[in-house]
Design a binder for this molecule. Structure first.
Ligand SMILES: Nc1ncnc2c1ncn2[C@@H]1O[C@H](COP(=O)(O)OP(=O)(O)OP(=O)(O)O)[C@@H](O)[C@H]1O
Ligand SMILES: [Mg+2]
Length: 337
């Protein structure tokens, strides 16, 4: 097997604030291989975005990466100086955010901004032709005209295509997409996802895809890591996660996908709320909400493999006890957890 493009191990990021210390990312490890898509899923506040920002070393104070390694093609990004890091952002690792306006400057044309991205990475001479080609690759009709237009002249879907084109401009080996389609309506969402799938497939790009949406996970990912309260609690190939999840939290997420035949207003939801990240309970962090919680769950479980490629951070599942049947799910439908 070839070495993974991205290998994250023991990553820990904390925010030390006047209100206390938040361990947003706690000893997180995962890999993403060439051409592979790893989904990162979990409720709001579980640490998905801080994980993404930590990988690219974009966490701002009072946040600080306190431990771990982030190896991109075998180089530990956490040991590089800022210049070394800057060179890698955009060339080796691209980033696509939820809101395209955060990545685009309203006062410059699209073509000019894309030209700057090329220049910043020493490819200024590739010029307009490379920009037009990149816009055509994301399905923009009339790339020349689009390059001359400004962000406000475009629809949300068009702008997100531009941001993806920018993220892919230097053909990075790794693309990190944080809720790339959440702000778009469902039809455009499907088109943009399809596009990302095609681009990453054509270029062999490793994709770390962050989403709330289990439907998006089902369509896009090869493997899935589930985050809860700053930790990965389960990791599995996508089919196995949907068919045979081994963590009560993941099962809760899957149960909360609405079924097409279910009457409105009867969606099962996860009872309770995630713990306060600045005052985490000892033991299993999910135990307050867990229907299987037992005495031993007061000790903190490790993330252990229970089958090839499938690991769980649950005492009950680790000893082989079957968790209750996962209720049948509907189609891969849109859901915001
Ligand atoms: N600047 C900050 N200062 C203090 N705490 C922060 C800061 N940024 C993030 N956090 C905390 O880190 C934790 C993880 O946040 P993160 O943004 O990674 O969640 P997320 O999983 O991306 O959620 P969402 O699905 O809502 O985007 C949260 O508890 C959040 O409050
Ligand atoms: Mg987030």
């Amino acid at each position: 097997m070839t070495a993974p493009v991205l290998q994250v191990s023991g990553l820990t990021t904390r925010f030390r604030t006047g209100y206390g210390t938040v361990t947003a990312v706690d000893d997180v490890s995962f890999t993403v291989g060439r051409g592979e898509t790893l989904g990162l899923v979990g409720e709001s506040g579980s640490g998905k975005s801080v994980t993404a920002m930590s990988v690219l070393r974009l966490v701002a104070p009072p946040g600080r990466i306190e431990a771990g390694r982030v190896e991109l093609n075998g180089v530990n990004l956490l040991s590089l100086d800022e210049e070394g890091m800057r060179q890698r952002r955009g060339t080796q690792a691209g980033l696509v955010f939820q809101n395209p306006m955060t990545a685009l400057n309203p006062v410059f044309s699209i073509g000019w901004q894309m030209g700057e991205v090329l220049k910043a990475h020493g490819r200024g001479d590739a010029g307009a032709a490379a920009v037009h080609q990149a816009l055509a690759a994301v399905g923009m009709p009339d790339p020349q005209r689009q390059a001359a237009s400004f962000p406000h002249q475009m629809s949300g879907g068009m702008r997100q295509r531009v941001v993806i084109a920018m993220g892919m401009l230097n053909e990075p080996q790794l693309l990190i997409a944080d809720e790339p389609t959440t702000a778009l309506d469902v039809t455009i969402q499907a088109q943009v996802l399809q596009l990302m799938k095609k681009l990453t497939h054509d270029h062999g790009t490793a994709l770390l895809l962050i989403t709330h949406n289990m439907g998006v996970i089902a369509r896009m990912c090869d493997r899935v890591a589930v985050m809860y309260a700053g930790e990965i609690v389960e990791e599995a190939p996508v089919r196995e996660l949907f068919a045979d999840s081994r963590h009560p939290y993941t099962r809760g997420l899957l149960r909360s996908i609405p079924r097409v035949d279910q009457p409105r207003g009867q969606l099962p939801t996860l009872p309770g709320a995630p713990p306060d990240m600045s005052a985490l309970p000892g033991g299993c962090r999910f135990r307050e909400r867990c229907e299987f919680a037992q005495q031993r769950c007061q000790a903190h479980p490790d993330l252990l493999a229970i089958a090839p490629g499938h690991s769980t951070r649950c005492w009950v599942a680790q000893e082989g006890t079957s968790l209750a049947e996962t209720p049948a799910r509907g189609e891969a439908v849109d859901v915001v957890l």
